[in-house]
Ligand binder design. Structure first.
Ligand code: NAD
Length: 484
């Protein structure tokens, strides 16, 4: 019988009110699990559980909260193989890639457990004699966390651990594309003695489960990672009741190759940036600008590299399938549209012909040239292994194009000239600018987030995430000299 993935509320499995939906294996299209379709009443229950649980947790000294998180981190480490298998199975990643992701997520838990000892405010001199002031951090209360499935364990870890260390109760809206992983994380939290009700998991679709969470009056903070259109709706809906919001959204990340670049390295990093995780990265380097003098050599090298990439889920494979049939079809439609708008597909361009992959949701790594700068594919994120390469005449033009789009998440430049590198890195409108590697590289202690339509200005994780998951309070007291 197909396994059913339930909600997790107050430390127990709960069936959702909307029945079940099927979740398919991206690698071969077979039925994998069935997940609960939650409705507003389920969200109510989960929020009530978090609301009841968080005051005791908030009153627990942050250092002790850190100790509980450390225990939770150890529990995740002890189950790392099981978590890896869930990540790989639900997303169609190789075990190698899933191992890296689980390790990175556990590093987040370690980092934020340590933040329990550093949850500091500031002490400020007062203009009033004998008055002393300092800031303290307060939890928001109930935090609603909404995540996608592209890196399902990392996405949960980025939000869950800072939310908990700051003293919040959590309702996690799992991605419908990785339901079993989210449930398992909550079960392991309970096993690690996280108090019941502090972490609740709601399965189901964005509409109605995610929407009910966003609109719930008892949810003080919504932290969302996902697409820009949904993020925009969340900003509006949460804004109406002035709930706090953190939005980590999409990207259309520029990758610049100068005429003095180490071309082999640039080709290697361009392929990694565009095609790893089947291009399903907010940080994917999906538009490449190359200076004229090296354009032909770069394109030839990139196409050769893309053609050599191996599709599949084995550890010797370079990229797996995309997450759903719908996603595959929308990527293929975007390629067709690009051809209609003048694009020339140099490699890939469709689903693979290998019969072993025919029932999965695969898209061949695709390189497209000759597209106008303002074509759809050059402007909009498609979240798949498709990259455009365009010729540029100067670094000024590269910067203008890089900054001309709506998004501003990451950027990379390849050059041997430190002046060019710095000139670009300091001017590009992006939350992350990398020199001589890929559009990659977030680490647990580094802030990540974007300009423009890539977010609303918050940064997670790192010490900056603490600002997302806590409110500041200024406390002052007056020393009364006459009572000394
Ligand atoms: P999505 O926006 O469709 O869904 C993300 C989550 O939001 C899912 O859990 C979904 O059920 C939920 N959701 C959908 N509609 C909702 C609504 N109206 N109200 C509340 N919740 C709703 O995104 P996706 O296709 O699953 O993920 C891909 C997107 O995520 C890409 O745009 C990618 O760039 C972005 N992403 C951003 C980052 C970042 O850090 N900036 C990281 C990873 C992914």
């Amino acid at each position: 019988m197909t396994r059913e993935i339930a909600n997790w509320i107050s430390g127990e499995h709960r069936v959702g009110g909307g029945g079940w939906a099927d979740k398919f294996d991206p690698h071969d299209g077979t039925l994998q699990t069935r997940f609960a379709l939650s409705i507003a009443a389920d969200v109510d229950e989960a929020v009530a559980a978090a609301k009841a649980a968080y005051p005791v947790w908030a009153a627990t000294p942050a250092v002790q909260r850190g100790n509980v998180l450390r225990h939770f981190a150890d529990m995740l480490r002890a189950h790392a193989t099981e978590l890896r298998d869930l990540v790989a199975g639900e997303t169609g990643k190789s075990l190698r890639d899933a191992t890296g992701e689980v390790g990175g997520g556990i590093a987040q838990a370690d980092y934020f457990a340590g933040e329990g000892m550093r949850l500091h405010g500031r002490s400020l001199p007062s203009g009033v004699a004998n008055k002393h002031s300092h800031t303290v951090r307060m939890p928001h209360g109930v935090a609603g966390l909404i995540v996608p499935a592209n890196t399902p364990f990392a996405n949960i870890a980025w939000k869950l651990f800072p939310a908990l260390i700051c003293g919040n109760g959590v309702v996690l809206k799992a991605s419908e594309d990785a339901p079993a992983l989210a449930l398992r994380v909550a079960e392991l939290a309970a096993k690690a003695d996280l108090p019941a009700g502090l972490l609740n998991v709601i399965q189901g679709r964005g509409d109605p489960a995610g929407q009910a969470l966003v609109e719930h009056r008892d949810v003080a903070l919504i932290s969302f990672t996902g697409s820009t259109p949904v993020g925009r709706w969340i900003a509006e809906a949460a804004g109406r009741r002035l709930a706090r919001v953190s939005l980590e959204l999409g990207g259309k990340n520029p990758f610049i190759v100068c005429d003095d670049a180490d071309l082999d390295a640039a080709i290697h990093w361009a392929a990694m940036s565009a095609f790893s995780n089947a291009g399903q990265r907010c940080a994917a380097g999906s538009r490449i600008f190359v200076m004229s003098a090296v354009f032909d050599a770069f394109v030839e090298g990139l196409v050769e590299r893309a053609d050599a990439l191996k599709l599949g889920v084995g550890d010797d494979c370079d990229l797996g399938p995309v997450i759903t049939r719908r996603s595959q079809q929308s990527i293929l439609a975007a390629i067709t549209r690009a051809e209609e708008q003048g694009g020339r597909v140099l490699c890939g361009g469709g689903a693979p012909t290998d019969p072993a992959l025919a029932t999965g949701y695969y898209v061949q790594p695709t390189v497209i040239i000759d597209l106008p700068f303002d074509s759809d594919l050059c402007r909009h994120e498609i979240f798949g292994p498709v990259v455009t390469v365009q010729r540029i005449e100067s670094l000024e033009q590269a910067l203008e194009l890089a900054n001309g789009g709506d998004y501003g998440l990451t950027a990379a430049i390849h050059t041997r000239n430190v002046d060019r590198a710095l000139w670009f890195a300091y001017r590009v409108r992006a939350g992350l600018a990398n020199v001589n590697f890929g559009t990659y590289g977030s680490e647990p202690h580094m802030p990540f987030g974007g300009f423009g339509q890539s977010g609303n200005g918050t940064r997670e994780p790192g010490a900056e995430a603490i600002d997302v998951y806590s409110e500041l309070k200024n406390v002052s007291f007056l020393m009364r000299e006459h009572l000394v």
